[in-house]
Design a protein around this ligand. Structure first.
Ligand code: B12
Length: 233
């Protein structure tokens, strides 16, 4: 590349480097001066954060190949490890600071996604996307000292506002999905029962599966089982 590196070059490089791993640029958050923003490696406040994540099962085949080639299958948290292995080299190359959703102190990934992508929370606590439904997630974010360009404003209709019958609220076998929010204690207790093992553990969270939005992006049986196994710990 010749000439100065522009903000658009940064986003294009990011897209090109991460797409082969099934990780997509989900959106950009820009922080105004004085606004709470994540801290960069040099101690300055970030001016922008780029959100990176999966849509549907986009990461799964690449992640499985990587994990299955390791003698310890990636240890206790293989997906978090894989996310770092994929995103950290790109962060170093671009001089960005990488943040990961699983690393305390937790960065507000969902607040960032609401701003960057115009999403809102479903009754499950997971943000619902008008196209991908509940079948998407965040694998990391990159903080930059520069103000990167924003996509056009999103004015999605919130799918849950127009959902007839709201099957997610009625279908949870442990009544963990309440109008007041998702309750992890009854969910985990149910997952230990025989009904929980043959239901949600085997086929994925029944309430999440009941959502009619983005059904074509639903995770594979292997990926559903992997996420349920980590939730049940
Ligand atoms: C702690 C946590 C949980 C806790 C929730 C505790 C709680 N009451 O917040 C538990 C263990 C229950 C949980 C479960 C799941 N989680 Co979770 N979780 C997180 C984590 C690591 C931190 C949340 C947080 O406190 N952030 C800090 C605050 C400051 O950030 P925030 O954006 O302002 O926080 C928002 C959330 O806390 C949210 N919230 C509040 N209550 C709940 C409850 C649930 C279940 C969720 C998901 C969110 C949520 O509302 C806040 C305001 O917007 C985030 C990653 C992250 N760094 O954000 C993932 C995250 C929110 N989880 C995620 C997912 C996918 C799940 C599961 C589906 C995973 C699974 N294995 O099945 C389940 C949901 C189960 C279900 N049936 O619906 C995704 C959501 C993606 C999306 N599309 O929105 C995230 C972003 C991780 C990721 N890598 O993408 N989770």
């Amino acid at each position: 590349m010749t000439g100065p590196v522009t903000s658009n070059d940064v986003l294009s490089e990011l897209r090109a480097a991460l797409a082969p791993h099934g990780v997509f640029l989900r959106g950009v958050v820009r922080f105004a001066d004085g606004e709470t923003a994540p801290v960069l490696k040099d101690g300055q406040a970030a001016k922008s954060v780029v959100l990176l994540g999966n849509v549907g099962g986009s990461i799964w085949p690449v992640f499985e190949r990587w994990r299955d080639a390791l003698p310890d299958l990636g240890g206790e948290n293989p997906l978090d490890l894989w996310s770092k292995a994929v995103i950290e080299p790109v962060a170093r190359h671009l001089g960005a600071t990488a943040y990961f959703p699983s690393d305390p102190p937790w960065q507000p990934f969902q607040q960032w996604a609401m701003r960057a992508e115009g999403l809102k929370a479903s009754p499950l606590g997971i943000l619902i996307h008008p196209k991908y439904g509940l079948w998407h997630g965040y694998r990391g974010a990159l903080g930059f000292a520069q103000a990167l360009p924003l996509a056009a404003a999103h004015n999605h209709l919130h799918p849950c506002d127009h959902c007839p019958g709201k099957p997610c609220l009625a279908s949870c076998p442990s009544q963990a999905v309440l109008p007041s929010g998702f309750q992890i204690t009854p969910c985990r207790a149910h997952l230990k029962t025989m009904e929980g093992q043959s239901g949600c553990m085997a086929g994925g969270c029944i309430a999440r599966n009941a959502c009619p939005v983005g059904a074509g992006y639903r995770y594979s049986a292997e990926q559903l089982h992997f996420h349920m196994a980590s939730l049940s710990l």
